[in-house]
Write a protein that binds this ligand. Structure first.
Ligand SMILES: Nc1nc2c(ncn2[C@@H]2O[C@H](COP(=O)(O)OP(=O)(O)OP(=O)(O)O)[C@@H](O)[C@H]2O)c(=O)[nH]1
Length: 575
């Protein structure tokens, strides 16, 4: 049983000498086949591939096709699958299944960028080059051969790629003289031991020479290497050599030799295949028999020639056609792919556009909300300043309490409410005493200050619902809610006392001001603010005339429809 590493070495060795030393290759394959069961799975797969290759090499294309397809299906190693595909393409081409061959080739070429294994790439490029030669695509074939030359795997040589390149150039035609590259190609392959490819190039050289009247040289070249071609056991090349020899001998008028090689070419060619050598061989046999007057035999060969030639030409045109068909299919699917790609791009763009539209809508909404927020803020500020102005327009600017107009409005409203709810109320008018004297003595600014102090002195004696306003000059009004006559009198008295206790200028100053207060109640004067004001004013007048610094209330009806006044209390000397 071979060691695993031994077996791998043997596999690699066999792989590298498949064509250069076919005899040793066969021997190695035999040894490995005998030990196949003991090999690890990956090496067994490798051996399967070499076995299939050999089956193809000996011309059993159907069997080889089955084996190669099984490898492509079952083996996991992508490199081995790629190589099996390459070999499969080769035999599909030989078996005239051109459409399948070119379809596989198209995939193989697509796969090339994914294959880093140099040997497999080399093989794939070689297959592409060969198939394209068969399809008449010589420039492309040269291109693939040149790619091979740029990437020769380690252990391999430029021989094979050179032979493909030269063969493509030869088939393209148009050469007036034989390029020296052909001879150099032969030498290269001889030096590297690749006799099969050296002979393939020689076949092209001989063919060129036969076409250009250098028949003797062609015969020498072919005969000198005939044994070597036979050794390599490659049927199609043997058949080609023999057909060329038959042609050359016919040209130099040696029909016996020509016949022998023509028959040999037919014998060597793969059975059931229509090839160029077969067609040449039958044509020559027809001519020979015809020349010798064997018309019956000539006719038979001619018929075979026609069939072979037609078959061969059919193969050639079928191959070229299949190439074009697959090319169109590939282009169509690429076009479809491009269309799908474009549709996909359009969809992506549409999605991006939608996203942008959503973003824009969001931005518009944010902008709108911001504008609305600004408008709301602006309205709020406007409203606030309006309210402020309205509020300010209701206040007395010096003392900060209600001005006359607002006081009267509020008092009227409160009295209306009190009347409806059956509550009592009272109105007090407060008038500072001898205020003109304050102004005259201390100046107008001090007079203002005194007015503010007088207001401040009153405020602690007011309840939240009481209405306090400046009626004008040094005169103030207070509407007391829910307040009877006695309570009103008492509250007025508290206010009077508070004002009287307020220093005129500062705490130290002994100069004080005083106020006279007139009180009118709803009980006695009704709920009309005007009546209350008149009556309170009368009372105030009494307070002033009675000596100031006092409170006087409207007391009772004197029977003649006039009110009498009651002085509440005297709380100070008051001016
Ligand atoms: N400093 C100041 N003085 C004012 C203001 N409004 C009115 N006065 C003054 O208040 C004084 C009112 O004087 P009078 O109506 O004669 O009354 P009085 O001096 O208080 O005398 P009696 O009311 O009779 O005690 C005038 O000299 C007005 O100029 C004000 O807002 N500030």
């Amino acid at each position: 049983m071979p060691e695993a590493s031994d077996a791998l070495d043997m596999l690699r060795r066999a792989d590298s000498i498949k064509t250069s030393n076919h005899v040793e290759f066969l021997s190695l394959l035999k040894q490995l086949d005998a030990r196949a069961a003991s090999l690890p799975a990956d090496q067994r797969s490798y051996l399967r591939y070499l076995d299939a290759w050999q089956v193809a090499y000996e011309g059993s294309y159907e069997g080889a096709g089955l084996q190669l397809n099984a490898i492509i299906r079952e083996v996991t190693d992508p490199v081995l699958r790629f190589r099996a595909t390459a070999t499969l393409i080769n035999i599909l081409g030989i078996g005239h299944r051109y459409e399948e061959a070119f379809t596989h080739l198209s995939h193989l070429i697509d796969d090339l960028p994914n294959i880093s294994d140099k040997r497999a790439r080399f093989q794939g490029l070689g297959e592409a080059s060969q198939m394209l030669i068969s399809a008449g695509q010589y420039d492309l074939a040269v291109n693939y051969a040149e790619q091979m030359l740029e990437n020769i795997p380690p252990g391999d040589t430029a021989c094979k790629a050179t032979s493909y390149k030269l063969h493509a150039q030869f088939r393209r035609g148009g050469m007036q003289t034989l390029d020296k590259a052909f001879q150099e190609g032969v030498e290269l392959c001889v030096n590297t031991g690749e006799t099969l490819f050296a002979n393939a190039i020689r076949a092209d050289i001989a063919s060129f020479e036969i076409q250009h009247g250098q028949t003797a040289h062609a015969i020498a070249l072919l005969q000198n290497n005939y044994a070597s071609v036979k050794r390599d056991q490659y049927p199609s090349l043997i058949s080609q050599f023999e057909a060329l020899l038959a042609q050359a001998f016919w040209q130099v008028d040696e029909p016996v030799q020509s016949r022998n090689f023509a028959l040999a070419a037919i014998d060597s060619s793969i059975k059931g295949e229509y090839t160029e050598p077969l067609s040449i061989a039958y044509d020559l046999l027809y001519r020979i028999e015809n020349q010798q007057g064997n018309y019956r035999a000539a006719l038979a060969y001619h018929e075979k020639y026609l069939a072979a030639d037609k078959g061969y030409l059919n193969n050639v045109s079928a191959e070229a056609l299949a190439y074009q068909v697959v090319k169109q299919q590939v282009q169509a699917s690429k076009l479809q792919f491009d269309t799908l790609n474009k549709q996909n791009q359009i969809l992506h763009l549409e999605q991006a556009l939608d996203r942008k539209a959503v973003e824009n809508s969001r931005l518009y909404i944010i902008l709108l909300l911001t504008v609305l927020a600004f408008i709301a803020l602006w309205i709020y500020r406007l409203k606030r300043s309006q309210l402020r102005f309205m509020w300010l327009s209701r206040l007395d600017s010096l003392t900060g309490i209600c001005n006359r107009k607002h006081f009267l409005e509020e008092a009227e409203h409160a009295l209306h409410h009190a009347q409806k709810s059956g509550q009592k109320a009272a109105l007090i008018i407060i008038d500072l005493d001898h205020f003109k004297l304050v102004n005259d003595t201390y100046g107008h600014a001090v007079g203002d200050q005194v007015l503010r102090r007088a207001v401040a002195a009153c405020q602690p004696h007011l309840r939240p619902r009481d209405i306090f306003g400046r009626l004008g000059g040094e005169e103030f009004g207070v509407l007391l809610h829910d307040c009877g006559a006695d309570q009103a009198l008492a509250r007025a008295e508290l206010i009077r006392a508070a004002i009287a206790a307020t220093p005129l200028i500062d705490e130290e100053s002994d100069v004080v001001i005083s106020a006279s207060l007139g009180v009118a109640t709803t009980l006695r004067c009704g709920y009309e603010v005007r009546d209350l004001l008149i009556n309170a004013d009368h009372a105030l007048y009494r307070a002033k005339s009675d000596g100031r610094n006092r409170v006087v209330s409207v007391r009772m009806d004197d029977g003649a429809g006039r009110f009498t006044h009651e002085a509440a209390q005297r709380a100070g000397a008051g001016g």
